[in-house]
Design a protein around this ligand. Sequence first.
Ligand code: AMP
Ligand code: MG
Length: 267
Amino acid sequence: MIQSLIPRFGEPVKLADYDPRRVDGEWDKKSAEEQIAKNTEASRELAYRLYAEDRRALLLVLQGMDTSGKDGTIRTVMTGINPQTFQITAFKQPSEEELDHDFLWRIHKAVPRRGHVGVFNRSQYEDVLVVRVRNLVPESEWKSRYRRINEFEELLVDGGGTLMKCFLHISKDEQRERLQARLDDPSKRWKFSKGDLAERTLWDDYQQAYEAVLSKCNTPLVPWYVVPSDRKWYRNLVVSQIFRETLEKMDPQIPPPEEGLDGIVVE
Ligand code: AMP
Ligand code: MG
């Protein structure tokens, strides 16, 4: 299910070729939810082993347009994981202090320590997405950032990190429905900002900026997954599956106990 979501390495990505409603296999909402429960249970055990092993870290990077479901995905996929062993960082507009440093400064500080799982709700990629679309820095500056990001991610991998990067791919129609739902439901209105409408008018520019990211920063070492996200249950199924399989591949081991513990009786 998940290998086919990685674009071909070194080839330009056209998002029009990726159906946000695509479902691989015979899934429906009910069977997906059952599988998600199995995945979260397996991931809970694996994250426990990762913590006990205390040698490597896993970083889950989530990107997507407004309403693509970054928060909801985190809520589902991290269910049951010991809160002491993971941290979530949501990257907002950079502060004055952050802007006084290079763009990776705040990112590097948030990278999970050994034994931990980190989740990025938005990430280093905002610096070639919103920054590019909104011309927040000149092109001469953001152009080199793809390479910088690749080098940075390589550094993390060299240091014992594993990254899984998920682009939550929704259609423009689906976004309209979700934004409207936020407006129509008083309990969801807090999630809505008029700025979301301004961003929506730049939809095509954002899709292009995402295509550049998926084309330039997708490598065998640190691949992107394009997650069909118009259906929430399928999106959650896919990300929980990637999370589980990534941890399984890492295969963390509980370290052997100190020697000479046999026969000790605590008085
Ligand atoms: P939200 O995820 O809805 O809380 O919104 C966070 C906002 O911060 C989004 O509009 C992002 O585009 C914006 N943001 C995140 N990182 C950056 C960045 N590096 N430069 C400018 N805006 C950013
Ligand atoms: Mg928002």
